[in-house]
Design a protein around this ligand. Sequence first.
Ligand code: PLP
Length: 395
Amino acid sequence: MKAEDCDWYGGKVPGYTYKMGDDLDYVIREAYQLYFGENALGRSAFKSVTKLEQSIVGFCLRLFGHDGTGAGIFTSGGTESIFLAVKSAREWAKRSKPSATKPNVVMPVSAHAAFGKATYYMGIESRRVALGKDYRAHIEGLRAAIDGNTIMIIGSAPAYAHGNFDDIESLGELAGAYELWFHVDACLGGFVAPFVKRLGYPIPVFDFTVPQLTSLSADLHKYGYAPKGSSVLLYRTPEHKECAKFTFRDWPRGLYQTYTFLGSRPAGPLAGSFAAINFLGEEGYLDAARIMMSTKEKLVSGIGAIDGLRVYEPSDLIILLYDSVEPAVDINAVAEEMRKRGWFVGVVAEPVAISFPINPIHEKSVDGYLEDLRACVEVVRTSGKTAAYDEATYT
Ligand SMILES: *Cc1c(COP(=O)(O)O)cnc(C)c1O
């Protein structure tokens, strides 16, 4: 069945997949299988599942600058973390801001599509505000969108489309001034940024050390290298976490209570995440960060050396965008040629540019990528080929 799939183990898929090493793969698969049949809904039956979750949440709170009085939930992915953050903000506002009878959420347009999904599912108005010229949240634009019904504001650290950090400290001040729930979406970069910072790169502040920050999402199944179905939603206090809770008694089976969207929940991702965190440890994540930053340098200089191409600046972390500055080289046609050679190529819609989310597996495929890219640009230039923007890369 996999014959026509892109070869992600060979490093041909920037995005979707994340891999650190074969030894880690082995360990997380073993851990996952140990919990293959357990149900994380059944806390009283499977006490170790609660221990796994507490251990993972504790590690993440410390990583993101919390003093230990916070709380968190292990979720099935970034989308569920975001869904629960929006749901929590709504419950919080019911008490703290009863005048907000038609709640809305204000965010930069670069906030992940999952916020659109969450607000749509919950019937909450979403206000997406244009970015500044630097492809980051436009603080004054966001301020202008806030009114008496605004309950929540969002920042990304970094955002998926352009890979840039919003100014989280300024957003925090805005949240404080209007008493808004402030969520930081670190789904993508959460397990990279703290380590890249330790390597000495300038990474802006984005975690719980920002005093107004209420909740933060970070995906273990991305740069935490855990199995798919792993993310955390972290809260400033246990009271904030209580806003995610759903309690139900109106049926013959008695009390039913969950903090997640799912009822029956796989426990394998919890075991796999625990294994990844403990097998890699901070040293392992630091190694991954080091590998990615040197791969990024290779890509930046390699792409920059190809006539007609331009790398976008700034690139804060591990997403690289590049486009064409030569009319004869159509960037969508370049993407199509690269696909013919087996590469998965994602294209950003605004600005139209090829996106390369780097992960450690690309250390071994980066030379091949640059070689093919050079050849594809030449094919497009000499043939004069053009192509339409392909929407289908993120469906
Ligand atoms: C991936 C991602 C999400 C959504 O996460 P899923 O795991 O795909 O549900 C949200 N925000 C950002 C910044 C992301 O990169």
